[in-house]
Ligand binder design. Sequence first.
Ligand SMILES: C[S@@+](CC[C@H](N)C(=O)[O-])C[C@H]1O[C@@H](n2cnc3c(N)ncnc32)[C@H](O)[C@@H]1O
Length: 208
Amino acid sequence: MLEDLGRKFARLTTNAVVRRPGLWRVFRGLMRRQFDAIAPRWEAMRLPDTLAPLEAGLSAVRGTPRRVLDLGTGTGVGARTVAERFPEAEVVGADLSERMLDEARRLLPSELASRVRFETADGSALPYEDSSFDLVMLANMIPFFDELARVVAPGGSVVIAYSGGAETPIYVPSDRLRRGLGARGFTEFAEFDAGRGTAFLARKADRI
Ligand SMILES: C[S@@+](CC[C@H](N)C(=O)[O-])C[C@H]1O[C@@H](n2cnc3c(N)ncnc32)[C@H](O)[C@@H]1O
């Protein structure tokens, strides 16, 4: 019952904030509390094919990114996955929820500890310099297009994956992602279906 309400709240928040990013300040506190509360159980809630869309998107990224941001990292599964795929990469997993980050730090294998770190950050106002990352990935997370465009370096990529496709509580359709990123200098869009979900890949144009 409570989890069903949580899913509805996540969908309502996503739709509102993608339409009007300024509304995030209304939802932010509740969203953080919701994910703080669910953090100890989050890892156990994952279905076996949850990562399939993310893996599909990552497998199509051009080149070998060295600076990666997993935004809305939760318990860090995306950060661990991308660190294993790209052994040269330094990975930051960022999240609003301290409890999620506690779990992410606990679950990080020691062999990844020198390259993966977890930090508190809000996707709507990231504490990173312009062009800080070669790859920003979001799994089941709300995209804030202006900040994505700011922190991705020219020639860098964005991967946005939704584990349950349109059934995912936090979900943004590909045509909306295409419009949001296309208006901010991203090109070379690709879409993937994998497992129960979908992924979207875009590349930021090289500096001219
Ligand atoms: C649905 S969970 C996904 C977690 C993880 N990416 C996964 O797929 O298992 C969404 C996560 O995004 C975080 N989040 C939501 N809005 C955020 C924001 N504006 N900035 C940073 N993190 C946010 C939540 O705290 C939560 O941990």
